[in-house]
Design a protein around this ligand. Structure first.
Ligand code: AHG
Ligand code: MN
Ligand code: MN
Length: 339
């Protein structure tokens, strides 16, 4: 029998990475395994969402005032359950919960990490079978190990992330995560129920041909952004122009595609919503960390996303992310003066 031992599972890979660090305790590997497990459970339900009564609104609104889909709640509970049960997480912050969850049991209090998560992003797309995702960031706590975690552990700048990742429930299901050692992608092999290393050492191309933005907001954008988008549509931009527009409306799908193919994703602020829509802690920071490790950039239009000191768990930020040269090109439009 021909057994392909070239293929590493997520667990094999994280253990291998850990061995490269003599001081590693294995807590991060175990945390990533827990996230992978919850993701597989969510994946099963997302896959059969059309078959069971799990579709549609749950009839409440989340802390952002947005409709909550049943799958959002299911996913939220899966991640909380698995991480509370595990040995590597002291607590969790979630898009779905107003306050952080402090696990506060002996094992959890002795864990050195906290996790912040958007359990299901793009969930308005579930009903129409469009790609959705989970986004997560992992921080080493700033409070003392052995005590319950506090909000201070979560309000750290994004550059303090130890790891960040996402799961994309698309035509195949993938988990992509970054540490300072690199970005790696694992595709779920449904026949064995394991995430297998399929995209080792992901690097975002320096330039690409794709720009992603909700164009219906065009006339609400500041002039520099409008000028940049116009340049994307013509040959006036520096790199590869004109570009092509792709916008799924699920950030996980849009940023994943641009990470692999090269491109830029924008969710700017508008006049009546100067901070835009996306949440800094569990939507933008994890992607910014992944993109920077992969060689790209992420800003709020002025500074690196990873340098923003959070004040609140659910704060929003304008968000620009993508290939290095395309981001620099955008910045030149944002920094220009217009009459
Ligand atoms: P949510 O967290 O409510 O599922 O929102 C999805 C996000 C993000 O994934 C996507 O890029 C963006 O909202 C789309 O917003 P617009 O519909 O305003 O373009
Ligand atoms: Mn969500
Ligand atoms: Mn979201």
């Amino acid at each position: 029998m021909n057994i392909n031992r070239q293929v590493l599972t997520l667990d094999e890979f994280t253990i291998q990475e850990m061995r490269a660090y003599p001081k590693a305790t294995g807590e991060l590997s175990s945390l990533l395994r827990d996230i992978g497990l919850a993701a597989k459970r969510v994946n099963v339900e997302v896959n059969k969402a059309g078959l069971v009564d799990i579709l549609g609104d749950a009839g409440s609104v989340n802390v952002q005032g947005e409709d909550v889909k049943k799958m959002d709640i299911y996913a939220n509970n899966q991640f909380i359950g698995v991480l509370k049960h595990g040995i590597s997480c002291a607590g969790l912050g979630s898009e779905e919960l107003e306050e952080i969850v402090v696990f506060n049991d002996v094992v959890s209090n002795n864990s050195k990490y906290v996790v912040i998560i958007d359990p299901l992003d793009g969930s308005s797309n579930i009903d129409v079978n469009v790609t959705i995702g989970t986004i997560f960031g992992v921080y080493r706590r700033v409070t003392k190990v052995g005590t319950p975690c506090t909000i201070e552990d979560f309000l750290q700048t994004g550059k303090n992330q130890v790891a960040a990742g996402y799961i994309i429930y698309g035509s195949s299901t993938m988990m992509v995560y970054a540490t300072h050692r690199g970005v790696n992608g694992f595709t779920l092999d449904p026949s064995i129920g394991e995430f297998c290393l399929s995209h080792p050492n992901i690097q975002c191309p320096e330039k690409g041909k794709i720009y992603s933005v909700n164009y219906s907001n065009f006339f609400k954008f500041e002039i520099g952004i409008q000028k940049y988008i116009e340049a994307c549509q013509t040959k006036t931009n520096e790199h590869n122009g004109p570009y092509t527009q792709r916008y799924v409306g699920s950030m996980v799908a849009d940023v994943h595609r641009n990470l692999i193919k090269g491109g830029i994703f924008m969710y700017p602020g508008v006049l009546d919503k100067p901070f835009g829509k996306l949440r800094l802690l569990y939507e933008c920071n994890p992607f910014a960390f992944i993109m920077e490790i992969a060689g790209g950039k992420a800003t709020d239009g002025k500074k690196s996303i990873l340098d923003i000191k959070p004040e609140k768990l659910h704060q929003r930020t304008p968000f620009f992310i993508g290939s290095k040269l395309m981001m620099e090109e955008l910045e030149s439009y944002l920094n220009s003066k217009y009459d």
